[in-house]
Unconditional design. Structure first.
Length: 318
C-alpha cells in the first residue's frame, strides 16, 4: 500500500459511514413519511367515520322525530276513525230504528188501507142502494128511550136509516182516496139530481136541487126526497167532484192533481184559477200517472204555486 493510499483509506471509510448514515436517515425519513401518510389517512378515515356517525345519529334523530310525528298523526287518525266509527254505529243504529219505524208505519198504513177497504166494502154491501148510502142499517122499528130522537123517526127516514145526502160526498171522497175510482163516481152519481132526473116521479122534488135526505131502503117510499134546498150537499159535492174525482186540489205548496175517474173518462180538460194564475189542465188516460208543467215533467203530482205567470199549461196522465 502506498503512502497516498494509506492516507486516502480513512477518508473513504468516513465517506462510506457518512453515506450509510445518510442512507439510514433517508430510509428513516421515508419510513416516517409513510407512517405519517398512513396515520393521516387513518385519521382522515376516522374523522369521516365520525362525521358519518354523527350524520347517521342526526338522521336517526330526525327519523325518530318523523316517526313520532307520524305515530301521533296515526293515533289522531285512529282516534278520528274511532269517533267516526262510533258516529256511523250510532247512525246505523238510528237508521235501523228509522227503518223499523218506517216498516212499522208501512204495516200500519197497509193495515189501515185494509181496514178502509173493508169498511167501504161493508158500506156498499150493507148501507147502499140505488138512491145512495143510508146513515145506518138496520133501522130501529120501535122507540127506545136510551136512544132518543134517532128511534123516534119511521124506519128509513132521517137519522133512522135515511139517506143523508150531505154525507154521501164523504163516502165518495173516501173511495177516491182508497183508489176505488168506479165506486167513488157511482156514489156521486146515485144522488146527483142530474143523474136521477128520470126518476123524478119517485124523488118528487125539484130535479135541479139536492135534498137534505132521501128515504132509505127500509122506508115505506124508498127514494123519495125530503127537505130540498135545506142541505150543504151541493158544497160538499163540489169539493168531492173538483178536488177528488177530477182531483185538482189546492195545497200550501201548489195544486195537487190526481184524478180518480171511471174508465169511460179517457180525456178531459179542467181550468182552475189558483192564487191569481190560470191553470189549463189537460188530462188523458194512459195507465201511468205523470204531471208536466209547460212541457216539462215534474216529480210527484203537486204543481208548484207560481206568482210570476198569468197562465200555465199542465198535462196530466192517469
Amino acid at each position: 500500500m502506498t503512502s497516498q493510499e494509506a492516507m486516502d483509506e480513512p477518508q473513504s471509510s468516513a465517506l462510506r459511514k457518512w453515506q450509510i448514515t445518510v442512507a439510514v436517515l433517508a430510509v428513516l425519513t421515508l419510513t416516517l413519511l409513510v407512517v405519517n401518510v398512513v396515520l393521516r389517512s387513518r385519521a382522515d378515515q376516522a374523522v369521516m367515520a365520525r362525521e358519518a356517525a354523527v350524520q347517521q345519529a342526526e338522521q336517526a334523530r330526525a327519523d325518530s322525530g318523523t316517526l313520532q310525528r307520524r305515530n301521533d298523526e296515526l293515533l289522531s287518525q285512529l282516534s278520528t276513525s274511532n269517533e267516526r266509527l262510533t258516529e256511523l254505529t250510532n247512525s246505523l243504529q238510528l237508521s235501523n230504528a228509522q227503518l223499523a219505524a218506517a216498516d212499522a208505519n208501512v204495516q200500519r198504513q197497509v193495515a189501515a188501507q185494509d181496514k178502509a177497504q173493508q169498511a167501504l166494502k161493508s158500506v156498499k154491501e150493507r148501507l147502499t142502494c140505488d138512491w145512495g148510502t143510508a146513515i145506518l142499517a138496520p133501522a130501529y122499528s120501535t122507540y127506545r128511550i136510551e136512544l132518543g130522537e134517532i128511534s123516534s123517526y119511521p124506519r128509513g127516514y132521517k137519522e133512522n136509516g135515511g139517506i143523508f145526502c150531505h154525507n154521501n160526498p164523504w163516502i165518495s171522497i173516501a173511495n177516491a182516496i182508497a183508489g176505488n175510482d168506479d165506486e167513488a163516481f157511482a156514489v156521486y152519481q146515485r144522488n146527483c139530481p142530474a143523474y136521477v132526473e128520470d126518476k123524478s116521479d119517485v124523488r118528487k122534488v125539484e130535479p135541479y136541487v139536492y135534498c137534505q135526505m132521501v128515504a132509505g131502503p127500509e122506508a115505506a117510499t124508498p127514494g123519495e126526497g125530503k127537505n130540498s134546498w135545506l142541505t150543504g150537499t151541493a158544497a160538499w159535492t163540489f169539493v168531492d167532484v173538483s178536488q177528488y174525482l177530477l182531483g185538482v186540489r189546492p195545497t200550501l205548496d201548489g195544486l195537487a192533481i190526481e184524478p180518480h175517474l171511471p174508465e169511460r173518462f179517457d180525456q178531459l180538460t179542467v181550468t182552475r184559477v189558483f192564487r191569481g194564475v190560470t191553470y189549463r189542465i189537460a188530462m188523458k188516460r194512459t195507465g201511468e200517472r205523470t204531471v208536466s208543467v209547460d212541457g216539462a215533467k215534474i216529480g210527484g203530482n203537486v204543481v208548484p204555486a207560481l206568482s210570476d205567470a198569468k197562465s200555465v199549461d199542465v198535462e196530466v196522465t192517469f
